[in-house]
Structures are given as C-alpha cells and as structure tokens.
Design a protein around this ligand. Structure first.
Ligand SMILES: C[S@@+](CC[C@H](N)C(=O)[O-])C[C@H]1O[C@@H](n2cnc3c(N)ncnc32)[C@H](O)[C@@H]1O
Length: 262
C-alpha cells in the first residue's frame, strides 16, 4: 500500500449519495468547536475565512454568521454541489486540501477543517495539508480543526467490547457492526500503527474509512513542527485540554508562526 491509498479509499466514501445526505442533514454544534469560534468571534468579524471540507455546509451557516468573506472547499464534487444548492451565491469550490493551489499565499486570516476531516488522509498528506494551510494563512492567521484522539479509552474496541450500558440503540449498533465485520477484516489489513499515530478502520460509515488517530501531546508537537504556535486544545465539553484527554475528538486552535530564519 502507498501513502496515498487511504486518501483514495476515503474519497470514494465522501462521494456516496447516502453519506452526502447524512452530512447535509447534520445539525450539530460541538462545544469544543464553539469554544474556539466564540473565543475568536470578535477578531473574526470581516476576516477572510477558508472552510475546508465543507461537507453539507454545516459550518458554512455558522461561519457566515461571523464573516461574509467566506470561501468553502471540498474535494467531493457531490458535497460541493449540495453545499452550493443550500447556499446560493456563496463561494464554494471543488478543491483538495492537499493542494490549495487555487489560493495565493496569505490569502486567508482563518482556516478551518472541521469534524475530523483532516483525519481521512495518510500521514504524509496530513503534513502536506498543514503546510498548505500555513501557506495560505496571513502573518498572524489561525487554523482550527478537530481530530480523533488515540487516548480515547474505547480506541480500537468493537462496540460490544465498549464500557457502556446495553441500551436498545447500542444493541442495534452492535448488530449492524457484526453484519459488516467481513469488510472490517479486509480493511484492517491496511491499518498503520506508529508510535505517534495510528490509521485504523473504525466503525464509522459501516467500516468503510481509514481514520487517523493521534494523542493530544503528539498533535500539539506535530503542529509545532509544522510552524504553528499558541496551540490550544478543547474537549467535547468545550473545556481546555493541556496534554491528555479521554474524549474521542479534540478541537485544536493554532496560530501561524513566522518562518524560522536560517
Ligand atoms: C466528516 S466530513 C465533515 C463535513 C463537514 N465539515 C461537517 O462538519 O459536517 C469530512 C469532510 O471533509 C472532506 N474532505 C476530506 N478530505 C479532504 C481533502 N483532502 N480535501 C478537501 N476535502 C476533504 C470530505 O469530503 C467531507 O466533506
């Protein structure tokens, strides 16, 4: 398997009509994301925003409340078409985060890649995305995204092994997961387990995706390595995380640092 295979495999999932319908209907304001947007709200007024992986447009609505200078992008044409229909007249383009070539250096003040969208590329592509985001950000621009936390206690467990009460909904989840186990066994062969991160086939969308998981401290170090500073992390309750958390998703905010002079 080559480094780009995860991205190719995942992209096909984001082109599936039932997945597009799911995100189009998604009405969610995660508290970690809100903590970051509320903190930035007054600074963001009128700023140039790039929203990567707009999906069905969940964040388009939210970010337009903060600034009308908004551009959304997604590499799934189906998502782009759906978001354009939902927000006529809003600038929504077909573009891959790994190559933000259509945008000049320093053309945005705030870039967001919400709901773990950055977790659906391999490791080298993730670093490429961080470099592309840094390039298109203005001198004191900010980047916010969320990512799967590898320290989550249920990481790598099947739903029936999770430490939770057996409700009817959970039983239905277990039965559905069992149905798709043969696919999981095939996908599992492509998993990657490194010291700093893992790329695994979790239960999302019936075991169709390869997903990047990283501990908070490692994500903070990765951002620092890629030229970001003033890094903050928030959990699903919107509470700050210092270096460890057991929450499944973590929301990050980081500021672009000037290039190091040699
Ligand atoms: C989990 S969905 C989240 C959708 C939306 N941001 C939301 O919060 O509802 C991830 C989105 O990221 C997009 N995406 C994943 N990798 C991408 C890439 N390399 N470039 C652009 N979009 C990407 C997918 O097509 C999908 O729309």
């Amino acid at each position: 398997m080559t480094a780009g295979d995860d991205a190719v495999r995942n992209r096909a999932v984001w082109e599936r009509p039932e997945v597009v319908d799911f995100y189009h209907a998604l009405d969610l304001r995660p508290r970690g994301e809100e903590a970051i947007l509320e903190k930035l709200a007054s600074w963001l007024a009128g700023k140039r925003i790039l929203d990567i992986g707009v999906g069905g447009g969940r964040t388009t609505r939210r970010l337009l409340e903060l600034s009308r200078d908004y551009t959304g992008v997604d590499y799934s044409l189906l998502f782009v078409e759906r978001a354009r229909q939902a927000f006529p007249g809003v600038r929504i383009l077909h573009c891959d985060a790994r190559d933000l070539g259509p945008f000049a250096d320093a053309s945005f003040d705030f870039v967001m890649f919400s709901l773990n969208g950055i977790d659906y590329v391999g490791h080298a592509d993730r670093l490429r995305i961080l470099q592309e985001v840094r390039r298109v950000l203005s001198a004191d621009g900010c980047f916010s995204f969320s990512s799967h936390n590898r320290d989550h206690p249920e990481f790598g467990k099947k739903p029936w092994a999770e430490d939770r009460p057996f409700t009817w909904n959970h039983i239905k989840t277990c039965l559905r997961a069992a149905l798709f186990l043969p696919r999981h066994w095939r996908m599992q062969r492509h998993e990657v387990h490194e010291q700093d991160y893992s790329i695994v086939n979790d239960i999302a969308h019936d075991f169709t995706l390869m997903t990047y998981y990283i501990p908070v401290a490692k994500q903070i170090a990765q951002l620092a390595d890629q030229g970001f500073g003033e890094i903050e992390a928030y959990d699903l309750d919107g509470l700050p995380v210092i270096s460890e958390s057991e929450h499944p998703w973590i929301f990050y905010l980081a500021r672009k640092l000037p290039a190091k002079s040699s």
